[in-house]
Every structure is written in C-alpha cells, then in structure tokens.
Write a new protein. Structure first.
Length: 104
C-alpha cells in the first residue's frame, strides 16, 4: 500500500457545488475507484486559496493509470470541469505533493 497526495484548484464560487457533487458521488464512480485499488481517499479545501488537497492510498495491485480511459471517469470529469481548473479532455489539473512527514 502506498500513499499519494496532490493538489487541485477550484474556481471562485464553486465550493458549494463541489461539495454537493461529492456528497452525492455516483455509486458507479465510487465502485470504479475502489476496484481500481484506491482506498481511504480524502479531499481537503484551503478556503483562502480554493486549493484542494487530495490524499489517497493505493493497493500494490492498483490500476489507477487506466482510470482516464474509463467512460465513468470521463463523465465525472466532464461533470466537474465547470468547477475547477482542468486539462484538455477535462481531467482535473493535478500538482503532486511530496511527503515530508508521516506518523502512524
């Protein structure tokens, strides 16, 4: 199991919609993430900068790299694109974060 963290960026005025959409996450998306080896996934908000900080655990046998090609993932990205900074194809822009400290 490995831990991964990254930053994403919300657009101004998008916090409430972002929260509502994640509170009602599609069951097929949740299942896809789980079956792809993603566990213990959390997203935190810095309200001052609108930066999102995501932390997740990946099983050793994960298939996270295949997610961008999955139709459910593509539909979710299209759904979320108006709320955040995205790349072509509506994949959210991600900036990796380096682990500097961890305590169990």
């Amino acid at each position: 199991m490995s831990i991964h963290a990254f930053r994403m960026q919300l657009k101004p005025g998008a916090v409430d919609d972002y929260r509502k959409r994640h509170d009602a996450i599609w069951p097929e998306l949740s299942n896809l993430l789980s079956t792809s080896g993603i566990q213990d996934y959390s997203i935190f908000l810095d309200e001052e900068t609108l930066s999102l900080f995501a932390v997740l655990k990946l099983r050793d046998d994960h298939s996270r790299d295949a997610l961008p090609d999955h139709p459910v993932m593509q539909r979710w990205w299209d759904y979320m694109a108006p709320l955040m900074e995205v790349q072509p194809g509506n994949r959210p822009k991600e900036w990796p974060l380096s682990l500097l400290f961890h305590m169990d």
